[in-house]
Each structure stands twice: as C-alpha cells, then as structure tokens.
Design a protein around this ligand. Structure first.
Ligand code: ARG
Ligand code: ZN
Ligand code: CA
Length: 247
C-alpha cells in the first residue's frame, strides 16, 4: 500500500556445531534489523551528522519477509568464498528459486587467505543464477549472541546492499567511484569507530567522508545510514524493468 517492494527471503543454515545452527529467534531478529535499517527506523538514525541529514535515504521502501528456513548439518568446519555452501553436492544447500527469493546462507566460519570473512554477496548481474544471494558467517548474523563489534546485524544490511546494486562507498579504489553522487568521494575503507568529521585527501573533496554509511567497513555500531542516491539505485534494480524485478 505504501509502494514498498516486499522481498521474500529463504535462510539456508549450513552448520557444523550446534552454536552455528542459529535459532529461529535469531533469524527473526536479523530480518527485523534489515527491515529497520532499510526503512531508516533504526534507533541510531538520530546519530546522522547535520551535514548528511539532507541526503539520508529515508524509507528505501524495500521490506523483507522470511518465507522459509532450511537447515543442514555438514562436516565442513570452515568455508571459503567459493560458493560451496550453495551446492548440496559440496556439503551446502541449493538455492531456492533465486529469481524469486533472496537466498541467504549462514555458515559457521569463513576465511579468505587466512582472514576472517564476515559475509559476501552477488550483485544484480548474477540475478537468478544458482549462486545468487548473500552469505553471512554465523557469529555476525543477527544480534543476540553475535560477536562484537559486528553484533548488530549489519553485515546482512551491508551484504544485501551489494545484492541490491550498491558498491562500497570508497569505490574499491583510492578515491574510487561508488556511482552515487551524494556520498562524498573517500580515499579508502574506514574501520573501527571513526570520529566525525573525518577528512581525506581526495582532490576537491573538502567535507567529511560518510563513514557512517552501511557500505563502508566500520563497526556495526558506527554505521547507521544509506543515502538518497543509494535508495535511487536500489529502487531501479527492484523496479519492473530492473534486474531484480522477479523478487
Ligand atoms: N567484508 C564484508 C564485505 O565487503 C562485510 C563488511 C561488513 N561490515 C560490518 N560492519 N558488519 O562484503
Ligand atoms: Zn562489501
Ligand atoms: Ca560517491
């Protein structure tokens, strides 16, 4: 009625230990967090600095609804970002109709070149393919019992951002381009809990970077907004002519 697109979500839990078998309550909590963050009804929205309030996304008008949870015990203790969790033949769970459902996989642990990976996602270019969707490591999924400082469910907010066509805010390059006009160009990724204002060295940029954007790499407690330009990108991809119109 309010013009929102409702995205049906299938959560695929691939676990080895019982702790990795995240509860239904934790899944519901994660979906609720997505709904808050994507409608700008998150409780920390009031922290947006004055200079960015005018370009805050407001309600992105994309809602998430859990339609199924599929669970599978596996002998795999640690995963890589190679999509093995998305195939029954490699110990994972096959996606449910990825054209029509946002598939989320929760795995116990993920690494890449020895580093812990919180999550990863496919962009709309992969819409409907067998590997289309979002993967989150269990310690960073939901809130209750999750692992600080990534324990506010915002790894999913960030990964679903990629799934809905958002780039990293620094454009994955030194002073790179995220294809969004209202996010200031920034030198590189930010980590931890930066103090506002935070200036950088990109030519012609004389204002703080928007490190509190969900598409930066700061701690969960330090990110609390999308921009209006990011909302426009998301709306185009879920529109009837967009790559994710099937959702
Ligand atoms: N490293 C991941 C990615 O690039 C996720 C980062 C999530 N950050 C967070 N504060 N939860 O997709
Ligand atoms: Zn990312
Ligand atoms: Ca930008």
């Amino acid at each position: 009625a309010d013009g929102s697109v409702e995205i049906p979500v299938v959560v695929n839990v691939v676990y080895n230990t019982t702790a990795e078998n995240v509860s239904d309550a934790r899944i519901a909590e994660q979906i609720a967090i997505l709904n808050q963050d994507y409608s700008a009804t998150n409780t920390d929205i009031s922290k947006i600095p004055g200079e960015f309030q005018g370009v805050s996304s407001g309600d992105i008008k994309v809602k998430f609804r859990l339609v199924n949870t599929i669970r599978k015990k596996t002998t795999t203790k640690s995963w890589r970002t190679n999509d093995a969790m998305k195939k029954a033949s490699s110990g994972g769970i096959d996606a449910t109709s990825p054209t029509n459902y946002l598939n989320m996989w929760v795995v116990g642990k993920m690494t890449s070149q020895g580093q812990t990976i919180l999550g990863y996602a496919t962009f709309p270019e992969s819409a409907g393919l067998w590997n289309d969707g979002v993967v989150i490591a269990a310690p960073f999924f939901g809130k209750t019992g999750a692992s600080s400082p990534f324990n506010l469910g915002r790894t999913a907010t960030h990964e679903v951002g990629h799934y809905l066509n958002l780039r990293h805010i620094w454009g994955d390059a030194n002073c790179g381009n995220d294809l969004v006009d209202d996010t200031p160009t920034q030198t590189t990724a930010n980590y931890g809990k930066p103090t506002y204002p935070l200036y950088n060295t990109c030519t012609g940029v004389q204002r703080s970077v928007m490190f509190m954007n969900y598409m930066d790499y700061v701690d969960d407690a330090a990110m609390f907004m999308f921009s209006a330009g990011q909302k426009t990108r998301i709306q185009s991809v879920v529109a009837s002519s967009g790559a994710r119109a099937g959702l």
